[in-house]
Write a new protein. Structure first.
Length: 163
């Protein structure tokens, strides 16, 4: 899975480089390196700090490769998902995954990236779908663990619930 993520980052990085969106190309290099670093380090305690450690690199790339608002939105997109990958609970992770997509949509409109917009549509659709499924599953688990809150029922002539 992580190799697929790294491959996707490389492919989109090349795409952005070819259309002149240099900030996004460099940021996807960072995203690919995040995925590759997760392969050997992902099971070690504290590995998630790698995602937070890339935030200053994201800011530096944005500043050094500034191409206007497109650079800002690409940087916000990667920073948001980096915070998402830092999460240990699935719902905050999925919520931040969905939250990063609008930043990439704006970026892709600004740089005229049709493949990027297609990817954004797929990411938003699958991300929202999985977020909804996960929230429903968690509510079902919590609901099953809670005692019933319905009022007791009485039969005719009964003085005790359930008689």
């Amino acid at each position: 899975m992580l190799l697929v993520q790294a491959g996707g980052a490389a492919a989109f990085g090349l795409h952005y480089l070819l259309i002149g969106a240099h900030t996004a190309a460099l940021l996807l290099l960072v995203a690919g390196l995040q995925a590759l670093a997760a392969i050997p380090l992902g099971t070690r305690p504290g590995f998630r700090l790698v995602y937070l450690a890339t935030i200053p690199a994201i800011a530096a790339i944005m500043a050094l490769s500034w191409q206007g608002p497109a650079s800002l939105f690409a940087s916000l997109g990667l920073a948001t998902i980096s915070f998402g990958r830092y999460q240990t609970r699935i719902i905050p992770f999925r919520a931040l995954l969905v939250a990063c997509v609008p930043f990439w949509i704006v970026h892709n409109i600004l740089v005229w990236s049709v493949p990027g917009l297609v990817s954004d549509a797929l990411s938003m659709t699958s991300g929202l779908s999985m977020l909804i499924v996960t929230i429903r599953q968690e509510r079902a688990i919590v609901g099953a663990a809670l005692p019933s809150s319905s009022p007791p029922t009485y039969n005719a002539g009964s003085t005790q619930p359930g008689d």
